[in-house]
Design a protein around this ligand. Structure first.
Ligand code: ADP
Ligand code: ADP
Length: 225
């Protein structure tokens, strides 16, 4: 479960990025986080990954209190979350297999786990048999699927995606969002930041709207400016 309660974040330069944010995302939900540029969406994502510490309020992520978490606990908290970015962030000099196995070795998976898990997640994201490809041998949509596979490989309870379709054309974007919907149907909580309104309205999901560091809408269905 993700719970933000009266969260404020003021950056070192005085920018008040979040000004009292509260919402709860239950296990198994699919949620879009939308809002104009500069409204605070990325700051919320960074609170969830522990990159940013709240100035005030409480942030709970999968049982961890992010305002009190110790450096020693952070790796354990991060294992509960898989993160996907707009620019994929694959390692260009490594194959698909190696990109994924690195993520598994980082949490101490055995070679045997790695050999069985990687084909499974690649099939799940529609990239069966692509283990030996390098990122530059894949299309943008395929690279994002590899990034999704990497986010899933350690079986997190939550996937957080920051503008995952920002570099993709509308058809590829729809495919990626549909894949995230399927992953959600298999039980993973999914939080997607996007400002692609048509894409959001294609899906009948909960939408949390952020504006000027505050929640200004939260509900299921079509959203408008
Ligand atoms: P950028 O990040 O590229 O500067 P913006 O985030 O300002 O772009 O907005 C991109 C598009 O998404 C715009 O057409 C804008 O109207 C739309 N948009 C952004 N936030 C919302 C929102 N809360 N509701 C509806 N449409 C939105
Ligand atoms: P969004 O993701 O909706 O575009 P952000 O969370 O990136 O919004 O930014 C919210 C506000 O905080 C913006 O005014 C932005 O300029 C500011 N901001 C973001 N990161 C920093 C930072 N590291 N230092 C200072 N200000 C920041």
């Amino acid at each position: 479960m993700i719970r933000l309660k009266d969260v404020e974040k003021t950056y070192e330069n005085g920018t008040e990025a979040l000004q009292g944010i509260s919402f709860t995302i239950e296990d198994g939900e699919f949620v879009f986080l939308v809002g104009p540029s500069g409204s605070g969406k990325s700051t919320i994502i960074k609170l969830l990954t522990g990159e940013v510490i709240p100035t005030a309020g409480r942030v709970m992520v999968n049982g961890f209190s992010m305002s009190r978490i110790s450096d020693r606990q952070i790796p354990y908290m991060r294992r509960t979350i898989g993160v996907i970015f707009q620019d994929f962030r694959l390692i260009p000099k490594k194959t698909v297999f190696d990109n994924l196995s690195l993520a598994m070795r980082a949490v101490g998976a055995t070679p045997r786990d790695i050999r069985t898990r990687i084909p499974y997640v690649l099939e799940l994201v529609g990239l069966k048999g692509m283990e030996d490809r390098y990122p530059d041998e894949l299309s943008g949509g395929e690279q994002q699927r590899v990034a999704i596979a990497r986010a899933l490989v350690n079986n997190p309870s939550t996937i957080v995606a920051d503008e995952p379709t920002g570099n993709l054309d509308p058809n590829r974007s729809l495919e990626i969002m549909t894949l995230l919907e399927r992953i959600n149907a298999l039980g993973t909580t999914v939080v997607v930041v996007t400002h692609e309104r048509d894409l959001v309205n294609h899906f009948d999901k909960r939408v949390i709207m952020i504006d000027h560091g505050q929640v200004n809408g939260d509900g299921v269905g079509t959203y408008e400016v």
